[in-house]
Design a protein around this ligand. Structure first.
Ligand SMILES: Cc1ncc(COP(=O)(O)O)c(C=O)c1O
Length: 438
């Protein structure tokens, strides 16, 4: 009999629908293979602390849909339905092991997303299928502005928002719009971003990060006219920019006329305390906020946003028009509907709980298996930063983690970034136990 892990959002109501949704997803993705015998409704109801009627209703629904079979004497079993072939991380990203910052792609809210998509297809006027505003359809810019004001304390109005395909494209557009400039980046930084920044015309200068975040005095000495940073959760160390440094940074930008590019890549996931508001909310005239759904939903959606001062936003919109005429409109309307109906918030609430449990499992397993390793940066995001003893080889340690099924990348130091979003806690812990000593 299958041991089932189903996560339910009790506040959201509709428990039978939620149980059915989780089971359907598990069958579709192959987590519950054909022939698997499900627990008796009474047992599952007890495990989930719901009434038996909830489980009976969910089972009946899935029998009707053909995902489950129910035979007298044999109980309820998983039917032989077409399984969506899981794309291996190697196929998806070209990187063996996947990115440590990627979310759990199996948790993508397929049902809720497809409900929004169907709603959009059924109601969208024909004219809306024409080339849209290259800066994004007004409905999405409106929803994003309201969402970012509410959740990130951003100073955003629809005219400040430019829809892009992700933080990556957003940064590239901003650097091109600013013209050739000396751009400071954090040291260490996400090495994946440096080629696109250079290609967009930036001359890069690395500024060290300590336990308060970027060293603003060093930044001031560097002669940079712009800085790209991850203040809510530094990538890769996880340091949060201290209030003192935030103030210093903003006064540096005001003094020099420099632009701050705020990469808010994983701000939705804060586990141990309230999120710090974004820098853009403190200095909307000097900061460009960049974010995307890559961590909250899936990187493959390629949906993101910039919030920029009005004149720069107008320029970015024009730029996007000249460059590729904007992002696909159906996806934009779908995201707008998904946010407006509360589905985005509900998904985030559910995933926050789940990722927190996964983080705790990974941290616990590492402490047990490798007590010499110092783990930091765990208050937010989807990855942790593991500082290794100086004599250890970060590449070998990361390769060992990847071989055990974890998403990991070495960083000079020596240190390793390890993602905890991809697997449930028990699988993360098992992977750590499998790793050989360095
Ligand atoms: C530091 C950092 N910023 C931004 C992103 C996301 O980029 P995008 O929104 O283009 O998917 C990532 C993705 O891994 C990242 O690690």
């Amino acid at each position: 009999m299958a041991d089932l892990h189903l996560s339910l959002d009790r506040q959201a109501g509709g428990l039978a629908r939620q149980v059915a949704g989780e089971l359907r997803e598990a069958v579709r993705t192959g987590r519950l293979p054909a022939g698997t015998r499900l627990p008796a409704s009474r047992d599952l109801a007890r495990d989930l602390a719901v009434s038996r009627g909830v489980v009976v209703e969910a089972y009946e629904q899935l029998v009707a849909e053909g995902f489950l079979e129910s035979r007298i004497g044999a109980g309820t079993t998983v039917a032989a339905v077409a399984i969506e072939e899981p794309v291996s991380p190697a196929d998806a990203s070209g990187d063996f092991g996947g990115r440590p910052t990627s979310p759990d792609l199996g948790a993508f809210p397929r049902q809720a997303w497809s409900a929004s998509y169907r709603h959009v297809l059924a109601t969208l006027p024909n004219d809306a299928l024409d080339y849209g505003d290259p800066g994004g359809v007004p409905e999405l810019r409106g929803e994003l502005a309201a969402y970012l004001r509410r959740v990130r304390a951003a100073r955003a109005e629809p005219e400040n928002v430019v829809v892009v395909t992700g933080v990556a494209q957003g940064l590239s557009l901003v650097v091109q719009a600013l013209g050739p400039l000396r751009l400071a980046t954090e040291l260490p930084t996400s090495e994946r971003q440096t080629p696109l920044l250079r290609r967009a015309g930036a001359e890069l200068v690395g500024i060290p990060v300590d336990d308060e975040g970027i060293d603003v005095a060093e930044l001031a000495r560097s002669g940079a006219r712009g800085v790209l940073l991850t203040p809510a959760h530094h990538y890769p160390t996880g340091v949060v920019l201290s209030p003192r440094r935030r103030a210093e940074l903003i006064s540096w930008a005001a003094r020099t006329g420099a632009t701050i590019l705020e990469d808010d890549y994983d701000a939705e996931f804060r586990f141990d305390r309230e999120p710090v508001g974004c820098l853009q909310g403190l200095a909307p005239g000097r900061v460009v906020l960049a974010g995307s759904v890559s961590k909250a939903l899936a990187p493959g959606l390629r949906l993101g946003w910039l919030v920029a001062p009005a004149s720069l936003a107008a320029e970015l919109r024009k730029f996007r028009g000249e460059f590729d005429l904007g992002s696909p409109v159906l996806d934009q309307y779908t995201l707008a509907h998904f946010i407006a109906t509360g589905a985005y918030d509900r998904h985030l609430r559910r995933m926050r709980r789940e990722y927190r449990a996964r983080r705790d499992a990974l941290v616990g397993a590492l402490a047990e298996r490798f007590p010499e390793v110092k783990v930091c940066g765990i208050s937010a995001g989807l990855h942790l930063f593991a500082e290794l003893p100086p004599e250890w080889d970060a590449r070998a340690f990361a390769a060992e983690a990847v071989a055990a099924g974890l998403a990991a990348e070495p960083v000079d130091g020596p240190a390793v970034v390890i993602g905890f979003a991809r697997w449930p806690g028990h699988r993360l812990a098992a992977a750590v136990r499998e790793m050989r000593s360095p």
